[in-house]
Design a binder for this molecule. Structure first.
Ligand SMILES: Nc1ncnc2c1ncn2[C@@H]1O[C@H](COP(=O)(O)OP(=O)(O)OP(=O)(O)O)[C@@H](O)[C@H]1O
Length: 202
């Protein structure tokens, strides 16, 4: 379970969140929604321990993830991140990108199995820049199959994709949820919002 307890956050003295309280149960599929600038990405990044908080605490399975001593375990074994820009190394191959997942962080799913699952088995030795946007996001998803993680934080993962590719990506995210992973997704898209189990308006 993810618990956000009395969290406050400001940028340059401008308050963004004041005493925010929120719970996300294990295995939930939650959407963060709200107008541009309301703090969706910031909140996602605070849950990902990428963005520091000013006050309060964020607990994941009762561990305070703002504490440095808890972060290594969190990053290695619990957290999976998915971004709009895919976060892959463009001039490396698919295989090389997936090999970056460190041995001790691996779930037991092989690179080949993960690529098969996202329908990209034939792209193993292709450089990332030769793939379409939809294919690149599927590589990023296959990386989350290979890496141990039970929480997926996805920031506009279909934001740069056409509707056909977006559909394929959303279907894979849905499968992660079906497998029991907790998914939190930021989206502006009214139709995509309905894919989640719960919409949290910020
Ligand atoms: N590193 C930063 N330094 C200063 N201000 C920041 C920083 N990061 C975010 N902000 C500000 O915090 C506010 C919330 O930003 P955030 O990106 O979280 O919003 P958002 O709801 O995800 O927006 P969008 O829907 O447009 O992506 C914005 O006003 C933004 O300018």
């Amino acid at each position: 379970m993810i618990e956000i307890n009395n969290v406050s956050k400001s940028f340059e003295d401008k308050p963004l969140f004041a005493n925010l309280n929120l719970k996300v149960e294990k295995g939930e599929f939650v959407i963060f929604s709200g107008p541009s600038g309301c703090g969706k990405t910031t909140l996602l990044n605070m849950i990902g321990a990428i963005e520091p908080i000013d006050n309060g605490e964020i607990l994941v399975d009762n561990l305070n993830i703002q504490k440095r001593k808890n972060q290594l375990h969190y990053f290695k074994f619990k957290l999976g991140l998915l971004f709009q820009n895919f976060a892959l190394v463009e001039n490396k191959t698919v295989k090389e990108n997936l090999n970056f997942v460190r041995k001790e962080c691996r779930s037991g799913v092989s690179i080949e199995q993960a690529l098969e699952w996202v329908g990209l088995a034939d792209k193993l030795n292709k450089k990332i820049y030769t793939l379409s946007g939809g294919e690149q996001q599927r590589v990023a998803l296959s990386r989350l199959m290979i890496k141990k993680c039970d929480i997926i934080l996805a920031d506009e993962p279909t934001g740069s994709l056409d509707s056909k590719n977006a559909e394929v990506v959303l279907d894979i995210i849905k499968q992660f949820h079906t497998q029991g992973k907790t998914v939190i997704m930021v989206t502006h898209d009214e139709e995509i919002k309905m894919r989640g189990e719960r919409i949290i308006h910020l």
